[in-house]
Design a protein around this ligand. Structure first.
Ligand SMILES: *Cc1c(COP(=O)(O)O)cnc(C)c1O
Length: 379
């Protein structure tokens, strides 16, 4: 058989598939271990699971499994509208786009606004999906070096990012907090940035971890939509809401932008169970608060424990923490493998050019203790 020639976009040759956290069952198979004995701190999932109301709603929705879901996602969009109404008085259903996870939203934005002649700006160490979405449309990635010192080290350098915008730049991706660094920028830094960006450049603000911010000090970014019609806020049910497996995310933006996204969106991108779960999850904010409170305490404990073990830690504002495993460039991957043998799954960051670093999600108190115990024996 002759070798087929597939003329893919040249940028696709330079892509590597997104590396997901190792599943518990896979490690159990490899090590012949009891899956119940394995701790997964690799994908920033909610260790408390999800709201029982979401589980109940999914069970009820199963009865409708034979029917196509509501392609407009009406009930879920109404719940989202209700949840954010006080942040932006003009919010209406037309400003909301549902995604199969917020990953879908990021991809829809690239496909809607960026061609192979265009460029996309994002930060060094930014969430890997920005690179994937950019290269998938054959566009040029303008990767801006991160902040190199001080409290926001490894974070987005918003001033440099504004300067990096080219005449052919169509989209800028920002993550606040960012994964895998856990860094964040302030509301004022964001508005300064938005003021300096041309109005025809779409700015995506990915707030996958926003629920972990202290609500007392959080200033709503959704309220900025009154002023900045080129802003897209992306949210997910995968993290604090604990619904990573059901795949729901959403974008809030000007209806002209959501109108484009909805042209490319697969009509049934969010399934019946997912719509029901997300709608119910929004109604249970007590669960979100409980998740945030536990994370705040455990994040503090883990930061201190890692510090006491002598690791350099990047101060985190999310539900994970990244620390330097050692001086050698492969230290992160080595420690990752050593921890796997102890039944603890973490996330190496070589794919991000941070080979010496390791990212760990904040788990239940006992799971975090397992990690610290394992690190203590290994060091
Ligand atoms: C986890 C994560 C997402 C969310 O992905 P989903 O597709 O919604 O599960 C988006 N952005 C960042 C920065 C993340 O870490």
């Amino acid at each position: 058989m002759p070798t087929p020639i597939y003329p893919a976009y040249p940028t696709i040759d330079s892509m590597t598939p997104y590396k997901t956290g190792k599943p518990i069952d896979e490690l159990a198979r490899e090590l012949g271990m009891d899956p119940d004995n394995i701790v997964k701190l690799a994908s920033n999932e909610n260790p408390l699971g999800c709201s029982p109301q979401a589980t109940d709603a999914m069970q009820l929705a199963l009865a409708d499994a034979a029917r196509y879901p509501d392609g407009s996602g009406y009930a879920l969009k109404c719940a989202i509208l209700d949840h954010h109404q006080d942040e932006w008085g003009d919010l209406d259903l037309d400003h909301i786009t549902l995604g199969n996870g917020s990953n879908d939203i990021l991809d829809l934005i690239a496909r809607s606004f960026v061609s192979s002649r265009d460029s996309v700006v994002y930060s060094q160490y930014a969430f890997a999906v920005y690179m994937l979405a950019t290269k998938a449309v054959g566009a040029e990635a303008v990767v801006v070096p991160s902040v190199s010192s001080g409290a926001q080290r490894f974070g987005h350098d918003l001033k440099a990012m504004a300067k990096a915008i080219q005449p052919n730049t169509k989209v800028v991706f920002l993550a606040n907090p960012n994964n895998p660094t856990g860094t964040c920028f302030t509301h004022d830094e964001l508005t300064d940035f938005l003021d300096s960006v041309p109005k025809d450049v779409v700015v995506v603000l990915d707030e996958a971890y926003v629920e972990y911010f202290d609500p007392e000090h959080y200033v709503s970014s959704i309220s900025l939509l009154t002023t900045y019609s080129n802003l897209v806020i992306s949210r997910t049910f995968s993290k604090a809401y604990g619904l990573a497996s059901v795949r729901v995310g959403y974008a809030i933006c000007h209806h002209k932008i959501s109108n484009y996204l909805n042209r490319l969106r697969q009509p049934f991108n969010v399934n019946v169970m997912a719509q029901a779960a997300a709608t119910a999850a929004l109604a249970d904010q007590a669960f979100v608060s409980q998740s945030r409170d536990m994370n705040t305490t455990q994040l503090q404990k883990m930061t201190q424990a890692l510090d006491e073990l002598g690791f350099e830690v990047i101060p985190s504002h999310a539900n994970f923490i990244t620390f330097k495993a050692g001086e050698a460039e492969e230290s992160g991957v080595e420690l990752y493998h050593a921890l796997l043998k102890k039944g603890v799954i973490t996330r190496p960051l070589a794919g991000y050019g941070m080979g010496a670093w390791l990212r760990v999600s904040i788990g239940l108190p006992e799971e975090n203790d397992r990690l610290i115990d394992a690190l203590t024996t290994l060091s």
